[in-house]
Design a protein around this ligand. Structure first.
Ligand SMILES: *Cc1c(COP(=O)(O)O)cnc(C)c1O
Length: 463
């Protein structure tokens, strides 16, 4: 063992190898040295644990140094192929952007912009002015404010309108969204006091009315985005909330969640609130996400009566929750697409994926399966009908008929194959169901198909 340890080449010797000079052209020196140290430590440990009986060649060591170095300089946040069939996948980056939104982001990234400059007067402007015109046009709201995300929007609205006051909300709407966003917790942090009324399944107008006191600051409704309560249920309608708000002169607020701009996919029946319709009902404030159903950048959009929006704007919290220029550029360009419904459906990826018909999906699944079979890989490939989900806490009860190709590996356990797919340079995320891997083609982009095939070939081959 001692003998082996002594045989490990010295660092000086290794870095004299001509391969090292090549590596120095590609990687920072500190990265290479760190990788080499890791590599030598590993060899020492392997010797001490008698896992190896010969010293690897310097070529092999440098091979490893390169792979460690490559890992160190590659970003941790990277693209993946989403074959889960969940469109607004909260873990995989939610909505993808339309081409013109990406173009707009690139434009403000590469150039200076009028982010906080008023081109008309030549003086300081406000970043809060940018998306307002188009939001007002699309929703008919009096005014609007964009913040970093909808969680921030909820926090800001509650803090602005109800700090130290009671917010009356139904027990059936005390929602938890993923990532530890819970209405009661957000309420507490905002400084508002939760006044829950009714029961989990039924809440009536009189429950709200009976809870009114001198402390009441706000009536709130939250869209139960990610679940449905079925059976013996009753929640009051937005119109009812508006009516009692007017009667008792208490502001009304709807946290709508997803940002549906026009009805589709039977949204009227499933209860997904359409923003424009909710505004028409006379509610004072609505907030919703920019990167869920809306299909834009991560943002929280607050719309409603001017006086309340003004109050939100002048809250010092707003400065801490402000959106960056990329958010604003991408959001504004996405919203502009909504001026033409047809164009929105064709060019906003989230909408396009939701509305893709299953005949097209079947054809794509069959073509991909056929291509895989041609390679004679040790996998069993099939095509099946399946269901996709909208995700992102929208349309929780809706299943979209879709098609998938499925794989059963012949030589390795399913779990191992799934892990290999996840660890590819461009990871492929699929779902395991009934002892096979399911690749729902609805969320696989056309431009991802080559990498998908290549990745599956790589994961199917031994090692
Ligand atoms: C998603 C959601 C939120 C949080 O929005 P983010 O954009 O994720 O911050 C808040 N309320 C409801 C009803 C939601 O669906």
């Amino acid at each position: 063992m001692k003998n082996l340890l002594r045989q490990i080449p010295k660092v000086d010797e290794i870095i004299k190898h001509k391969r090292w000079a090549e590596l120095e052209l590609k990687y920072p020196k500190s990265t290479l040295k760190n990788s080499l140290r890791l590599c030598l430590d590993e060899i020492r440990k392997d010797i001490l644990a008698t896992r190896i009986t010969t010293i690897p060649s310097i070529e092999d060591m440098l091979e490893k140094v390169e792979s460690y170095s490559r890992l160190e300089i590659s970003p941790n946040l990277k693209r993946v192929i989403n074959a889960t069939g969940i469109i607004i996948h909260t873990n995989l980056g939610r909505s993808l952007l339309a081409d013109n939104a990406i173009e707009a982001i690139k434009n403000v990234a590469l150039h200076y912009s009028n982010l906080e400059y008023d081109l008309e007067s030549g003086t300081r402007g406000s970043r809060y002015n940018h998306c307002i015109k188009i939001i007002k046009r699309l929703t008919n709201a009096e005014d609007a404010l964009v913040v970093n995300n909808n969680a921030a929007a909820v926090m800001l609205v509650l803090n602005t309108l109800a700090e130290g006051k009671e917010v009356i909300i139904s027990r059936g709407e005390l929602i938890e969204i993923g990532g530890s966003f819970r209405i009661p917790d957000v309420m507490k942090k905002s400084g508002a006091i939760l006044k829950e009324v009714g029961t989990t399944n039924r809440t009536y107008i009189k429950d709200y009315e009976n809870a009114i006191s001198s402390l009441t600051g706000l009536f709130m409704k939250a869209h139960t985005s990610n679940y449905v309560i079925k059976g013996f249920v009753a929640q009051i309608k937005t119109e009812d909330l508006v009516a009692i708000g007017n009667k008792y002169n208490i502001p009304t607020y709807l946290d709508a969640g997803s940002g549906l701009m026009f009805p589709f996919l039977g949204s009227e029946a499933t209860g997904e609130p359409c923003i424009r319709d909710e505004i028409k009902k006379g509610i004072d404030i609505i907030s919703f996400s920019g990167d869920k159903l809306l299909g834009g950048t991560q943002a929280g959009i607050i719309i409603g009566k001017k006086t309340f929006i003004e109050q939100c704007k002048s809250n010092p919290l707003t400065r801490a929750l402000r959106p960056d220029k990329f958010t604003l550029a991408g959001l504004e360009s996405t919203l502009i697409l909504y001026l033409d419904e047809k164009k929105a459906k064709e060019s906003i990826p989230t909408l396009k994926m939701i509305l893709e018909d299953d005949r097209t999906l079947k054809r794509r699944a069959l073509v991909l399966a056929k291509r895989l079979k041609k390679h004679n890989l040790p996998i069993y490939v099939d095509v099946i009908p399946t269901y996709s989900e909208v995700g992102g806490g929208s349309f929780p009860d809706v299943k979209l008929p879709s098609y998938a190709f499925t794989i059963i590996p012949e030589d390795i356990p399913l779990g191992v194959f799934e892990e290999k797919l996840r660890q590819l340079n461009t990871p492929i995320i699929a779902r395991i169901e009934k002892e096979r891997l399911i690749f729902d083609v609805r969320t696989v982009l056309k431009k991802d198909e080559e990498d998908l095939i290549r990745g599956i070939i790589k994961a199917s081959s031994p090692n």
